[in-house]
Write a protein that binds this ligand. Structure first.
Ligand SMILES: Cc1cc2nc3c(=O)[nH]c(=O)nc-3n(C[C@H](O)[C@H](O)[C@H](O)COP(=O)(O)O)c2cc1C
Length: 172
């Protein structure tokens, strides 16, 4: 898929099909995260691949706003290192790399934001000095579920030309 097509069609998916994802695709998604850019090239991230179905079921209790974690083929827990100043910004770029790479393979995902972090970190043996940014579920989905309309602010509410308040849209 061409990059802008990928960006402009990407949608959060919250309902998944029970279908196995080939290992090489899982690997490519992980690689997309590992290859992300970061401030000072700190790479303040680690990724825990969760493939075990009973672990995915157990994790539902920590994924407060992502009960759909139980439906997916795999999930990636994004662990960041707070000793690096921009750890969450850098790791968010890794997340976007991963979800776009997955989308290119017709795999959906959704950022799970509300986590019971303490319990999740204990469950996954994550050292206390680290942080969990998000849990990303990945799986195939019914393409009819994709929103054809993107609910975004209008271009003339967000674009400016040369200075704040000068509208761009009438000039391009
Ligand atoms: C930081 C962040 C946190 C989010 N947390 C959740 C969440 O906890 N549960 C959920 O279902 N969606 C979550 N989302 C997905 C957003 O609701 C979604 O991206 C937004 O509504 C736009 O929809 P779209 O991704 O389909 O274009 C989150 C997205 C971001 C970027």
């Amino acid at each position: 898929m061409e990059v802008f097509e990928c960006v402009s069609t990407l949608s959060s998916i919250r309902s998944y099909q029970q279908k196995q994802v080939p290992d090489e695709v899982v690997r490519e998604v992980l690689e997309a995260g590992r290859l992300a850019p970061s401030a000072h090239n700190d790479q303040p991230w680690e990724f825990i691949l969760i493939k075990d179905q009973s672990a995915l079921s157990d994790m539902k209790r920590y994924c407060v706003s992502g009960s759909f974690i139980t439906q997916v083929d795999f999930a990636i827990v994004v662990v960041t290192d707070p000793s690096s100043k921009w750890h969450e910004i850098d790791s968010t770029r890794a997340v976007q790399n991963m979800v776009l790479t997955a989308w290119n393979h017709k795999l959906g995902s959704c950022w799970i934001g509300r986590l019971e972090k303490k319990g999740l970190m204990e469950y996954l043996n994550i050292p206390k000095e680290l942080n969990v940014l998000t849990v990303l579920p990945f799986g195939y989905f019914d393409e009819r579920l994709i929103d054809t309309v993107k609910f975004r602010r209008d271009p003339d509410q967000v674009f400016h030309l040369d200075s704040y308040g000068s509208r761009l849209t009438s000039n391009l």
